[in-house]
Design a protein around this ligand. Structure first.
Ligand code: SF4
Length: 266
C-alpha cells in the first residue's frame, strides 16, 4: 500500500487516516458473532471538523457473545417483516442513545427490500442524508448507484443502510462507542431483512459487524469473503474514501467482482 506503513497497525493507522476517521489505539469491542459455516440465510437482505474520540461512551448493553445464524431465526411473513421494520425505523428516528444525535436533522434509516440480494452497509450519513432523512443522497449516492448498475444488480434487490444513523456536528467522526451504541439497530435490521450477502463499505461498517476483523485494517481484509451469522460478507473501501482516492476504486471493483462471482452475475 505504501512505503512507510509496514505493520498491520501502521496500515490501519494509515487507512483510518485516509478515511478521515482518526485513530485510537484502544481495544476493539468484543465480537458479537461466531463463524458459522452454512450459508443461505434468506427467508424469502469527509468532512472537516474531525473531533477527538474523548467523550465517555453512551450507556449501552453489551452485545450478546453468541448470536444465531440469521437463517435459523423463525421466518417472518411479509406483513410481519414490514411491521417490524416500521417499529425499528420509529426507534431509530427517536433514538438518543449517543451524542451523535446532538445537532442532527434526521436519523437516517435503511431502505430496500426484505430478503435483499445484497445488504450494503455504509458508514455514516452525509450532509444530504442528514437533511433529507434518506440514505445515500448526493454525490456518494450517485457513485453507489453506478456501482450497483455495474454489478448488474437491480435497484429493487439491494438494501442500503448505515453503521451510525446520525450525522455528528460538522460531520465529526463517530466514536467507537457510538458505532457500538448504534449496533443494536443494525443487528435488528439484519434480522428482519435477512439478506443473501453483505457488503461492508468502509472500516466503520466492518467494525460494527465484525470488530475483530476490523482491527486488522481494511487493506488487509478487503477482498476476502468473511461471514456474519451465516451470511457471506465482503469488506471493501468506503464510498467516501473511494471518492477522495479515485485510484482505490479499482481495488474495490476487484472486491465487488468477487461478490458478483458469488452471485453468478459476472
Ligand atoms: S447514531 Fe445511532 S445510537 Fe446514536 S443517537 Fe443516532 S440512532 Fe441512536
Amino acid at each position: 500500500m505504501n512505503n512507510e506503513a509496514k505493520t498491520p497497525l501502521q496500515l490501519q493507522k494509515k487507512l483510518l487516516k485516509g478515511l478521515g476517521f482518526g485513530f485510537v489505539e484502544a481495544p476493539m469491542a468484543s465480537p458479537s458473532v461466531t463463524s458459522v459455516k452454512p450459508a443461505g440465510n434468506r427467508v424469502n437482505p469527509a468532512p472537516t471538523g474531525r473531533a477527538k474520540r474523548s467523550a465517555p461512551p453512551p450507556s449501552n448493553a453489551p452485545r450478546p457473545s453468541v448470536l444465531p445464524p440469521l437463517n435459523s431465526l423463525p421466518p417472518l411473513g411479509e406483513e410481519e417483516a414490514r411491521a417490524e421494520l416500521e417499529k425499528l425505523r420509529a426507534g431509530i428516528t427517536t433514538c438518543r442513545a449517543c451524542d451523535l444525535s446532538v445537532g442532527r436533522h434526521h436519523a437516517v434509516t435503511g431502505e430496500g427490500p426484505v430478503g435483499a440480494t445484497i445488504f450494503f452497509l455504509c458508514e455514516a450519513p452525509e450532509e444530504e442524508d442528514d437533511r433529507s432523512g434518506h440514505v445515500l443522497q448526493g454525490k456518494l449516492g450517485e457513485m453507489f448507484w453506478k456501482i450497483v448498475a455495474a454489478m448488474k444488480l437491480d435497484r429493487e434487490e439491494v438494501y442500503r443502510t448505515l453503521a451510525t444513523r446520525c450525522r455528528g456536528i460538522k460531520g465529526r467522526v463517530p466514536r467507537r462507542s457510538e458505532v457500538e451504541a448504534c449496533h443494536p439497530h443494525l443487528r435488528r435490521e439484519m434480522e428482519i431483512i435477512r439478506p443473501g450477502m453483505i457488503v461492508c463499505l468502509g472500516e466503520f461498517a466492518l467494525e460494527s459487524l465484525l470488530p475483530e476483523e476490523a482491527t486488522k485494517g481494511m487493506q488487509r481484509v478487503r477482498g476476502k469473503m468473511l461471514e456474519y451469522r451465516g451470511v457471506p460478507l465482503m469488506p471493501t473501501f468506503g464510498l467516501d474514501y473511494m471518492h477522495r482516492n479515485p485510484t482505490k476504486k479499482r481495488d474495490a471493483w476487484r472486491d465487488l467482482q468477487v461478490v458478483m462471482g458469488h452471485l453468478g452475475r459476472k
